[in-house]
Design a protein around this ligand. Structure first.
Ligand SMILES: [Zn+2]
Length: 213
């Protein structure tokens, strides 16, 4: 759980853009939400923070979104559909179960749309993938989908995705710590909340023990 309520100040603790993307829902356990992707601009801000788009691309997308609001609404809706499918797939990994068919199909479709938007280009002294149609309002979803697919197929080259066990959190993250024993999306938020809860429970138990004696 995170006290921040916008994509401008949410914690980016997933360890990969696709995990930070599914974490744009503030909580997913006892209650769902709030959804931090309220507007297309929220999506642009998020994409900039995780380096999926450059600053000039972000400005271009925002200008286009205000000129074509209906297209922006549709692109945001598509991004959220992808997000929930990615959540289902990544949560399945965390739970050690097979990815549900409907989620897989949504991701597959998004990746199929993203693939032809990449072009092999000279970048400095090497070849690299670059995105075409960079001003298309769906470009963020394409980049997320492609990156997520790469992340998921590399399952055996990395640690497993985990689900934060903090009170009403459910954020997903990948543990990049050396010991590999991270339990919370963020030690400062969910780790502290959990320790405070446990401490209170102990104090309450001690008080009622005293009352009984
Ligand atoms: Zn958490």
């Amino acid at each position: 759980m995170d006290s921040a309520k916008t994509t401008a100040d949410m914690r980016l603790v997933g360890g990969h853009a696709c995990l930070d993307f599914v974490n744009t829902v503030d909580a997913r356990r006892e209650r769902w939400g709030p959804d931090l992707l309220q507007t297309y601009a929220d999506l642009v801000v998020w994409a900039g923070r995780v380096d999926l788009i450059e600053a000039d691309e972000g400005r271009g997308l925002l200008a286009k979104a205000s000129a074509r609001p209906a297209l922006a609404v549709a692109a945001l809706k598509r991004a959220k559909t992808l997000r929930e499918a990615l959540y289902a797939a990544l949560h399945a990994e965390a739970a050690g179960v097979i990815v549900p068919d409907d989620a897989l199909q949504t991701i597959r479709d998004a990746v199929a749309q993203a693939m032809p938007k990449r072009s092999l280009s000279n970048v400095g002294d090497r070849l690299a993938w670059q995105w075409t149609e960079r001003s298309n309002l769906n470009t963020i979803s394409w980049r997320v989908a492609f990156g997520a697919a790469e992340f998921m197929v590399a399952r055996h080259d990395r640690r497993s995705v985990r689900e934060c066990t903090g009170p009403n959190c459910g954020w997903l993250f990948i543990d990049t710590s050396r010991g590999g024993r991270r339990r919370w999306c963020s030690d400062e938020s969910c780790g502290t909340h959990t320790r405070v809860r446990r401490f209170r429970a102990k104090v309450d138990a001690a008080r009622s023990a005293i009352r009984r004696n």
